[in-house]
Structure formats: structure tokens, C-alpha cells
Design a protein around this ligand. Structure first.
Ligand SMILES: NC(=O)c1ccc[n+]([C@@H]2O[C@H](COP(=O)([O-])OP(=O)(O)OC[C@H]3O[C@@H](n4cnc5c(N)ncnc54)[C@H](OP(=O)(O)O)[C@@H]3O)[C@@H](O)[C@H]2O)c1
Length: 320
């Protein structure tokens, strides 16, 4: 089969398309014929070698994908060849024509969801759900600012917020991104590249501030987020690409909480809660993964440039 193989950490050009052996399926495992692959920012951090925990070389990147089950091991009970599935983890990487997964990392993909949409499910929707509900414990009637709402995690967060009866405010830095987040259900859209946008958000809430902030770029925003945060507010750090100077006193005046979160730290019960919520939301159409651009697998280097360097408007996916 064809797969992207990384033999050294570095620039996007280290993503090489190679011919590799089709993996054989162990007793507890599922082989999936990949229809589409989700490209996540973390794939680029790993590829460049800057992530704290790196895979041994060579490796094929990717955990998110969607496709059809090709083969299952003798102990696999919940899926069978021919089933449409999405993946939340992979033993061999998803940037490939086939991917080998443990059964727990394969979940049913409702018929109304395309493979390209399915490739954008796990990391974005699970991250947004965990941040908003399992960390910040946002509840109906509360307000949430999704600070960076036009990308994969942000759009998922808007859809979850809307389903849960929250008032969602989002930010994006392009006209297309702002329109997209309004179309997905935010009550208002602001531009995070404008200096005074947090003052404008505070004004929008009538001076009260928002109860929860889901923060996609904490190294830029964490300190000034407090301008738009309500008393007893919670900030969840989902993304950060550097450091900042921060005054801890800001947390005191508002009795505020700051949560860090990594998707990988969920408990088994959290994981199952997310899986069930994803399946019901996809089946009833209340969750609707938005695909921005699709690249052929051979153009993985261009997809890695796009996910970091271009304005977001949904997910970037690869098609083998
Ligand atoms: N903690 C975890 O477990 C976890 C899991 C998944 C992702 N993440 C991280 O979360 C972040 C978002 O992931 P993603 O998949 O949604 O990426 P993405 O699709 O590339 O979207 C990036 C988002 O960040 C926004 N952004 C850019 N500059 C910003 C700023 N100054 N302030 C606020 N937002 C800004 C972008 O808006 P514009 O393009 O419109 O400017 C876009 O909405 C990434 O850093 C990723 O590494 C963390």
C-alpha cells in the first residue's frame, strides 16, 4: 500500500509517499481502508520534532481518519468487514491507504456523514467536548467564548455549545471564517487579530463577561482574556505555541480558574462519554464536521503548510 513515511524530523518535505507492506491484523485489531485522513496541527509539531514526546523514526503520521473496515481479528466483536467507521487512534498511522487500529479506536460512522467529514471527527470534537464539558463544566444558559472558532476544534466547540443550550461567541481573523462561525451557530463573531476585540466582547455581554473561554492560542491571549471573563469564570487552555508574561493576580479578583487540558489524558469513562455524544450528534445531524480543503495523500507536505499558515475555515483532510 501507499503511505506517508517520515524518516527524519524536519520541514514538510520530510513527508514522503512510499510503498510499504500492508499491515497484518492481530486478534484484537481492525484494518481500515482509509477514505480520508484528518490533518491536525499536532501532526506538524510531531513532524518537525518540537513536540515533547516524539515517535520513533521512521513513522507514518496520523490518528484521525474515516473509511471502511477491511479485516478484523478473531477477538473483535463490535465491527465487521464492510462497516463504515472513523478512527480515534492508529497503530500504523492514518496517512496511508490502510490503517491498523485497536478495536477501541474504531467507532461507527453514521451513513449521513462522508469520509471527509469523518476524518475531522475525533481530535476536534473530542477536544472541544472535553474542554467545554469535562473541564469547564459549562452548563445551559452560560456563555462561552471560543477564542479561535474557525478551525477544527473551534467549529466543533460551537456545535457542542449550541446543542447544550450555551450562548456561544466566536472569533476568527478572516471574513470567511467569521461568516462560517456565524453560520454554525455563534451569537456573535469577533476578529482576534483586532487589538480591542476583547473589550468589544465584554461590551457585547453587557459588561458581565463570559463564563467560559475555550482558548486556542494561550501564549497570545491568556492575560488579556481576563478582560472578557465573568466573575467565577473558567478558561480552558486548548492551544498554545509559546510563552507569555502573566500576572497571577488577574485570577484572584474574579475567583477565576484556568485549566490546562490534553486530549490524551482522558479517563476511559470520559472517552466513552465523548464517543456516545459524538455518535448521537452525528446521527441526528446536530454535529456537522466542516471540511475546508482536501488534498491528495501525495500532497501531505502542502496540507501541513496549509494547516499552520493559512486562515482556518474548517478541516484540512487528505484523500489516499
Ligand atoms: N489540548 C489538546 O489536546 C489539543 C487538541 C487539539 C488541538 N489542539 C490545539 O488547539 C489549537 C486549535 O486546533 P485546531 O485543530 O482547531 O487548529 P486549526 O484548524 O488550524 O485552527 C486554528 C484556530 O486558531 C485560530 N487563531 C489564530 N490566531 C489566533 C489568535 N491570535 N487568537 C485566537 N485564535 C487564533 C484560527 O483562526 P484564524 O485562522 O481565523 O485566524 C483558527 O480558528 C491548535 O494549537 C492545536 O494544536 C490542542
Amino acid at each position: 500500500m501507499k503511505a506517508i513515511v517520515i524518516r527524519e524530523f524536519g520541514s514538510p518535505e520530510v513527508l514522503k509517499l512510499e510503498e510499504v507492506d500492508l499491515p497484518s491484523t492481530g486478534t484484537s485489531q481492525v484494518l481500515v481502508k482509509v477514505g480520508a485522513v484528518g490533518v491536525n496541527p499536532v501532526d506538524t509539531y510531531l513532524r518537525s520534532g518540537v513536540y515533547p514526546k516524539l515517535p520513533p523514526l521512521p513513522y507514518t503520521p496520523g490518528k484521525d481518519s474515516a473509511g471502511v473496515v477491511e479485516a478484523v481479528g478473531s477477538d473483535v466483536r463490535d465491527v465487521k468487514p464492510g462497516d463504515r467507521v472513523y478512527t480515534s487512534g492508529s497503530l500504523t498511522g492514518t496517512y496511508a491507504e490502510y490503517t491498523l487500529c485497536e478495536e477501541r479506536d474504531v467507532a461507527p460512522l453514521p451513513d449521513n456523514v462522508t469520509f471527509e467529514q469523518g476524518a475531522g471527527i475525533w481530535t476536534p470534537y473530542a477536544t472541544a467536548f472535553r474542554a467545554m464539558f469535562q473541564k469547564a463544566k459549562a452548563g445551559p444558559g452560560e456563555s462561552v467564548l471560543i477564542h479561535g472558532a474557525s478551525g477544527g476544534v473551534g467549529l466543533a466547540a460551537i456545535q457542542w455549545a449550541k446543542n447544550a443550550g450555551l450562548n456561544a461567541i466566536g472569533t476568527a481573523s478572516s471574513a470567511e471564517g467569521k461568516q462560517l462561525i456565524l453560520d454554525n451557530g455563534t451569537d456573535a463573531a469577533f476578529d482576534h487579530s483586532e487589538e480591542g476585540h476583547l473589550d468589544a466582547i465584554l461590551e457585547h455581554t453587557g459588561g458581565k463577561g463570559v463564563d467560559v473561554i475555550i482558548e486556542m492560542l494561550a501564549n497570545v491571549n491568556l492575560e488579556r482574556d481576563f478582560k472578557a471573563l465573568a466573575m467565577f469564570g473558567r478558561i480552558v487552555i486548548v492551544g498554545s505555541r509559546g510563552s507569555l508574561e502573566f500576572s497571577p493576580r488577574l485570577t484572584m479578583g474574579k475567583d477565576a480558574s484556568i485549566f490546562g487540558m490534553s486530549l490524551f489524558n482522558y479517563s476511559e469513562s470520559d472517552r466513552l462519554e465523548i464517543r456516545d455524544a459524538v455518535f448521537s450528534g452525528l446521527s441526528d445531524g446536530s454535529l456537522n464536521p466542516i471540511v475546508n480543503r482536501s488534498f491528495p495523500l501525495s500532497e501531505a507536505p502542502a496540507a501541513h503548510v496549509a494547516v499552520i499558515e493559512t486562515k482556518a475555515a474548517g478541516k484540512i483532510v487528505l484523500v489516499p
